[in-house]
Each structure stands twice: as C-alpha cells, then as structure tokens.
Design a protein around this ligand. Structure first.
Ligand SMILES: Nc1ncnc2c1ncn2[C@@H]1O[C@H](COP(=O)(O)OP(=O)(O)OP(=O)(O)O)[C@@H](O)[C@H]1O
Length: 622
C-alpha cells in the first residue's frame, strides 16, 4: 500500500463556499421526520418535559403567595398544612417527570446521533460518486458533515432536539408568566420584552458571525486532523522515522495550531462583545422592572402575597426570556449543523442512480470503447488523458504501460466508471456507460487497485464479500488457488476462516504485502465479472509467485476482457495487445513483437529493463 504525505495543503481555497441553507422550518420538518421514523416515543417525552416544567414553574411562583395569603387570611393550621402538602406533592411529581424526561431526551439524542446521523454520514461518504467524494467540494462537505455530528452531544447536530424542547418549554412558561404580569401592568412586560428582543437579535448576529468562520475552521481542522491523526497512525511510523519527517510534521502542526488559535480568538472576541451587551441590558431591564413594582406597592393596594407573586413572575420571566435567547442561539448553531449534515447526505450523484432500462450483462466478456475521451483533474491545469480513442475487444487481454504519471490508473478509473470523462464517451458493449445505473455497472467490474481495503472479517468473507454461509466454497477455493494463496491458507489453523486485521479481530492475523496482493487478486477472480482490471497486481509478489501468475493469467482471465497495468514490461508479453501511454496520449499500440519491431519508446523502455536481467547492465560509477 502506498501512503503519500500530501504537501499541497497550503493551496487549499478556503473561500470555496458550498453551503446551502435549507431554512428553519424545512430543517424542523427534517429533524422531526428523522426522529419520528427512528423512534416515536421521544416525541411524547418532549411533551412530558414541556408540560411538567410548566407546572413546576407555575407552582414555584404560586407557592410563596399561597403561604403568605393563608397567613394573612388566618386560616386553620390543618387547612394550611393541606395546601402545603398538595403543592409539595405536585412539585415533587412534576420535578421528577421533568428530570426523567430531560435524561430521556439527552439519551435519545445520543442514540439518534450514533445510530442514525453518524451511520448516515458514513454511508453517504462511501456511497456518493467517487468523483464527488474526491473533489474539493466533496471533501469540504464531508469534513463539515463530520463536524456536525462528531462533537459533544450538547453542541452537535443532535443538540437540536434538546434545544428545541427547551425552547418550546421556555416559550410556554414565558407565556404563562407574562399573563400573570399582564394582570399587574402591561408596561412591565413591555420593558422586559424590548430588552430581551435586543438581546436575541445580538445573539443571532453573533452566531451568524461564528458560522462564517466555519469554512475556514473546516479547512484548518482537515489539515490539522491529517497531521495529528493520519500521520500518527502506525502505517506511517516507519517512513517518518527513517526519513526524519518529524521536522515537517512539527512545523506544520505549529502552523495549523496557530491558524486554529487565530480563528478561535475571532470567535472569542464575538462572544465577549455579546456578553458585554447582555450585561448592560440586564442592568436596564431588571432595575427598571423592580423599581416599578416597588412604586406600585407603595402607591396602590397590592397585598404582600401579590407582591411576592409578581416579584417571582418578573424574576422568572427574566430567566425564561434569557433561556429563550440562549436556546435561539443554540438552535441557530444546531440549525447550521443540520444544514451541514443535509448538504452532505443530500448531495446528488452525477452518475445515474435511477432505475435504468439498460440491463448489465454480467456473464459474457465485454467490449469497452473510448471515443475521443479527455480527462482533467479538478484544480490542475493540464489534461491527464488527451483525446483517447481505444477499443478493447471482447475477451481481449490488454496491457497498459507507460512512465509514472502517464495516466494509466486514471484511464482504468474511467473505464470502471469511477471518474466521468471531461469530454468524449465511453461505451460498454456499445452502450454509453452513463446510461447504466451506476451500481448495476459496478456489477460488471472486477478490480484490484494499488490501495487495498481489508475488512476485519474472515479471509473467505474478504474474498467473497458476502454472507459467509452463502459464499460458494468451491468457487472460493478456485479463486484462492489461482491467486496463489492456497499454500498460505493451508498453513493457517482456520484456513479460509482465519480473521484479518488483528487490531480489531480476536486472534486475527496480518498478511504480508505480497499475500495481501494475492488476496486482492482472489477477490477480483471470485467476482467473475465481464471486465477485470488489475493495477500492478504483481508489484509486491516474489519472482516465483509472479511467474506463476503469468502462467495462470489466461485461466484467471478466461471468458473476460482484461486490462492489466504493469511496469514490468516482460509481463506484458502474454497480453494480446499493449498500449503505451505517454502524457495522457496513446503513443504506441500493438503486440510485444510488433512494438519491438517498431523500435520506438516501448522498445527503449524494454531494453533498459532487460539489460539488468541479461547481465549487461550499465556500469555504475564507483
Ligand atoms: N486526484 C487527483 N488530483 C489531481 N491530480 C491527480 C489526481 N490523481 C492523479 N493525479 C495526477 O494525474 C497524473 C496521472 O496519474 P495516474 O495515477 O493516472 O498515473 P499512472 O500512469 O497510473 O502513474 P503510476 O505509474 O505512477 O501509477 C499524475 O500526474 C498525478 O499527479
């Protein structure tokens, strides 16, 4: 497996805004539907929470008034005690219900987060078109979608549910407290409402400002994450030690941490200004309301019980309004996170995902035709493939050769339907591949790429990619044997059922580089698809294993069309035709003998390689 240190981070364009807002109501509908489809019970728990908090809050401000009124009316001690007990029981029951429902909502949110949003994000990242997932826009969406769910439950996308319930609860309590105060005087309500409205506007503005920093944050986090997480993995540890890459890592870590700190400081400045404005408003608001209440007590016939009730309502109203302001702020953040998540999971694929009238033929060998195909990677200034015209006939074994970076892997990615051509068309059995349903098209492809993907399951499952019981064992043995892995399996106590990836599986084993490559080959053989594509399948094999593979090549590609990439030109002899790519152009095409007789670039490359085998290698200066 080749792992590259990506040195081009500095060029990341952070101004690339791919953010779509769905609107508050639209997101509300989305989140409600997600919750409802997943589990209905929490929605009723929200209602319990809202109602019980309303009862608790009203009882709490009514309690002192009831006590004071009872004293001033000189009621009997048994009646007094009865009132107190009733109120206390109501308080205890509803406080318990409120606490229970709050915990359920938090746990529910965590479950939703883990089981639905998290998996949804992972699934989408793997399912979306390869060309989108590897594009700049796609990577930005994935990073932001990841951040939306990957943080603490109180500040991630699932916090939407907690904040929504708390917001609705606060609004309801606020309405009842307002009614109490309205009975006293509408002026008090007006003072409180105006100041809190200003507060709310400031809070939303601050959250919007913070959200605008997110694009830059995602970009820095992606780079920082790469340095801190990806490089920290054991696969890279060997290269890092041997090539003294620590300096590069340290320098870049410092740089990204500094960038990250600058962004956090900007966010902090916005927060500080918001808190300052809030403090001033609190002073104006509470001072004004209390002054008015005192004035009223001395100039009207307000009882001490009423005074306590209004006093409690005003204090409570302030708290609930402040709760609403906080929840609006939090909901604004959560709403942006819902947008980020939806922008990811609602990404539309470019390839055909609809049911197609074109049926794949997964049995017979296929013909692939490139008609004037050009391709260029996003962000690069030169075409990687340039007006390719090529027909690979049914059952033909084609070798693709050329220098590093010539465009060989890119060409097979296009043939596999992983990348779309920039211009021109590719036909599979005479049908434009864009007309196939994408996943149906993949059924016709077997591939072994340079980067491998092993899953923590048995060798049989890794080869057969299916439920273990339904894998055809006979077919499996044949594939494993053809790939040259039989001997290794015989040496393992559990043979095919040996688990891989020991870091995750109990008693799992590691395969060597060459064995892993054989496993990938076995997987490609097992699939028996009409087109088999192999990107340097012998690069990690020892000479004997390589020789064996060449001898078996015709058998393992029997009844299929095959494309084979190799730098070892001797290996291309057994192919029907060789294509030599140079800077994205087909410069030579023919059998090994034809190309040797042509005395062109192929012969030049072949001669250079064969010198070492013949023993007349160029002399090396001492
Ligand atoms: N995702 C990408 N974005 C931008 N450029 C890319 C990307 N992938 C590959 N390239 C560039 O495209 C060119 C062709 O790459 P490709 O992998 O097709 O070459 P290759 O012929 O298979 O090379 P090799 O023999 O080294 O495997 C290279 O110059 C490479 O830098």
């Amino acid at each position: 497996m080749s792992v590259h240190i990506r040195g081009s981070f500095m060029n990341v364009n952070v101004r690339n805004k791919e953010h779509t807002t769905h609107g508050v109501l639209n997101n509300f509908r989305f989140m409600l539907k997600e919750q409802w489809n997943f589990e209905k019970k929490p929605v009723f728990v929200w209602l319990i929470r809202i109602f019980s908090e309303l009862v608790v809050s009203l009882t709490a401000i009514y309690f002192p008034k009831a006590v004071l009124d009872s004293i001033s009316r000189s009621i009997s001690s048994s009646e007094f005690l009865f009132h107190i007990v009733i109120l206390t029981v109501v308080l205890v029951i509803f406080r318990y219900l409120s606490f229970y429902s709050e915990q359920s909502i938090i746990i529910g949110a965590i479950r939703i987060l883990n089981m639905r949003f998290y998996l949804g994000k992972d699934w989408k990242t793997l399912d979306m078109d390869y060309s989108i997932a590897t594009s700049k826009e796609g990577k930005m969406k994935i990073e932001k979608g990841h951040s939306a769910i990957n943080r603490n439950v109180y500040v991630n996308m699932a916090s939407y549910y907690i904040n929504l319930t708390e917001f609705l609860k606060s609004v309801l309590v606020l309405i009842s407290f307002s009614t109490v105060i309205l009975l006293l005087d509408p002026v008090v309500i007006l003072i409180l409402l105006i100041t809190y409205l200003i507060d709310g506007v400031i809070s939303v503005k601050v959250q919007k400002g913070k959200n605008s920093v997110k694009e830059e944050r995602a970009s820095v986090n992606r780079r920082l994450g790469y340095v801190l997480d990806d490089i920290g993995n054991s696969l890279m540890a060997k290269d890092i030690k041997i090539y003294k890459m620590m300096n590069w890592i340290n320098e870049n870590t410092d740089k990204y941490i500094k960038e990250s700190n600058e962004l956090e400081k900007r966010v902090l400045r916005k927060d500080t200004n918001q808190h300052l404005a809030e403090a001033l408003l609190v002073f104006v608001r509470t001072g004004g309301a209390y002054f008015y209440l005192l004035w009223k007590m001395f100039h009207s016939n307000m009882t001490i019980g009423d005074f306590t009730l209004y006093f409690g309502a005003i204090t409570g109203l302030g708290q609930w309004l402040s709760q609403i302001v906080t929840r609006i702020g939090n909901l604004t953040i959560a709403n942006y996170l819902v947008d980020d998540y939806r922008n990811l999971i609602e990404t539309k694929d470019h390839m055909n995902r609809e049911k197609s009238s074109v049926n794949p033929n997964v049995k017979a060998a296929c013909e692939i035709k490139f008609e004037d195909v050009s391709f260029q990677y996003e962000g690069t200034d030169r075409p990687i493939l340039n007006h390719i015209n090529l027909t690979i006939h049914k059952g033909e074994k084609l070798a693709l050769v050329g220098n590093n970076g010539a465009g060989k892997t890119t060409l097979i990615k296009l043939a596999c339907g992983l990348l779309p051509p920039k211009s021109g068309k590719i036909f599979f059995n005479g049908i434009d591949i864009s007309e196939y349903n994408r996943d149906e098209y993949y059924k016709m492809i077997s591939a072994s790429f340079q980067n491998v993907c092993l899953l923590p399951m048995s060798i049989a499952m890794n080869v057969g990619y299916n439920n273990e019981n339904s894998i055809n064992r006979e077919k499996l043995h044949k594939a494993v044997k053809l790939a040259g892995l039989e001997e290794k399996l015989l040496s393992l106590p559990y043979g095919m059922d040996t688990e891989l990836v020991p870091s995750v599986t109990e008693g799992g084993i590691n395969l060597s580089g060459g064995e892993t490559q054989k496993l990938m080959l076995a997987r490609a053989i097992f699939k028996e698809a009409p087109l088999i594509v192999m990107d340097e399948p012998t690069a990690a094999l020892d000479p004997i294993a390589e020789q064996e593979m060449y001898l078996k090549y015709n058998e393992l590609t029997k009844n299929r069309t095959a494309i084979y990439i190799s730098h070892r030109l001797s290996s291309t002899k057994f192919c029907d035709r060789i294509i030599l790519l140079d800077h994205g152009i087909i410069v030579e095409s023919g059998t090994h003998d034809e190309l040797m007789n042509l005395s062109g670039k192929y012969k030049e490359l072949y001669d250079v390689q064969s010198q070492y085998y013949k023993g007349d290698a160029v002399e090396v200066e001492a």
